[in-house]
Design a protein around this ligand. Structure first.
Ligand SMILES: Nc1ncnc2c1ncn2[C@@H]1O[C@H](COP(=O)(O)OP(=O)(O)O)[C@@H](O)[C@H]1O
Ligand code: SF4
Ligand SMILES: [Mg+2]
Length: 346
């Protein structure tokens, strides 16, 4: 396992991102009771330098919004995000370029994120050029290095070709090369393998792990798939309707899941081992609309362990043991399965 420096490189303090729901100008002016989509609704996180943190939850739980807040593609409604101890909302003109270089993102869809008119060379060289690097030799060397680090054969044929000529896996590797060419400290990877063929996913996951080992880059790995998270991540945070409901070392979250929502997600993962006895899947109903978040514990309407005490106040994130935190007043402490077979990885 790679070395993790416990000093946080990234800290989120009570971060909210609420989107106002537009209902026409007049309605917005007259109606004081404005509605908001609470995409991220009070997240605290501390990410150590060199770690890979998994961010998991159903679609709509706020993962992408959180990733976009970290790279400043979105601005928080309230709360603070610190990169290397500095508030990213209040950086000086001198500090800003360092942040821009230092924090990069890769997206889910390798088909729409690369400009079809650019060659692979231009695609990967662009962030360098934006950062004032003009020397042709240096540009070519750094582009080649990033492509090689991303597992591609950086010959002239590849450099001169366009994304349409490449497979999905190769395109995602080019996206990664573009993201690492400035040698970032933090990489947000938003569902980077979910659109790829199952057969090439593990290659991209291994690549991310190598980048962490070789470059020391810290990775926020967003996924709705627990098996990929188990494969890659040191710690895992489970998000539900804009809040972290469980977080800890990945092995604890996977094998000692205490939150009913985490257990329901785990129960939904197929296993091959016939000796593993599962509880009945207990994730009934759909994720509520982020405009109408239930009061008290937001998971209560779908939770089979809910009691009247769960409805007020909202449970706090409470420490269990060994850096494992759970937001539930009735944490489920017995092992989830009769055998300790890990989640199948695909
Ligand atoms: N720009 C936006 N305007 C309004 N609502 C948004 C916007 N972006 C995301 N949302 C809403 O915020 C919630 C969280 O979305 P998202 O962060 O994409 O979740 P995830 O990545 O976990 O699927 C969803 O209800 C989504 O519809
Ligand atoms: S606090 Fe209550 S409703 Fe919420 S997850 Fe725990 S048991 Fe379920
Ligand atoms: Mg998303």
């Amino acid at each position: 396992m790679a070395e993790i420096n416990p000093a946080p490189i990234l800290e989120l303090q009570d971060v909210h991102k609420w989107y106002q729901v537009r209902r026409g100008l007049l309605a917005d002016i007259l109606d004081r009771d404005r509605k908001y989509v609470k995409a991220v609704d009070g997240v605290d996180l501390s990410v150590a330098s060199g770690e890979i943190l998994g961010l998991v939850g159903e679609s709509g739980s706020g993962k992408s919004t959180l990733g976009e807040l970290i790279v400043r593609l979105q601005t928080p409604t309230s709360g603070k995000i610190l990169f290397e101890g500095k508030d990213i909302a209040h950086m000086s003109k001198q500090e800003m370029p360092q942040f821009r270089r230092g924090v990069q993102i890769i997206f889910q869809d390798p088909y729409s994120t690369l400009n079809p008119h650019f060659t692979i060379y231009r695609t990967v060289a662009e962030p360098l050029m934006v950062n004032g690097i003009r020397d042709k030799r240096e540009l070519r060397e750094r582009v080649r290095r990033a492509l090689i680090l991303s597992g591609l054969n950086a010959d002239d044929t590849l450099l001169d070709s366009h994304p349409q000529k490449l497979s999905g896996g190769q395109r995602q590797r080019v996206s990664i090369a573009r993201a690492i060419v400035l040698e970032p400290r933090v990489l947000v990877a938003d569902e980077p393998v979910s659109m790829l063929d199952v057969s090439i996913r593990s290659g991209i996951l291994n690549l991310l792990d190598e980048l962490r080992r070789n470059l020391g880059v810290t990775i926020i790995f967003i996924s709705h798939d627990l098996s990929t998270v188990q494969y890659l991540c040191d710690r895992t945070a489970i998000m539900y309707l804009g809040k972290v409901v469980e977080i800890g070392p990945t092995s604890k979250v996977m094998h000692n899941a205490n939150h009913p929502y985490t257990r329901a997600l785990l129960n939904a993962v197929p296993v091959v081992d016939p000796d593993v006895v599962r509880e009945r899947p207990d994730l009934d109903g759909e994720l509520p609309n982020a405009m109408n978040i239930p009061s008290g514990c937001r998971f209560a309407p779908r939770c089979q362990f809910a009691t009247p005490e769960c409805l007020d106040p909202e449970p706090a994130l409470a420490q269990q043991e060994g850096g494992h935190y759970v937001r539930c007043i009735h944490p489920q402490l017995e092992p989830l399965w009769e055998t300790n077979t890990p989640v199948e990885s695909n």
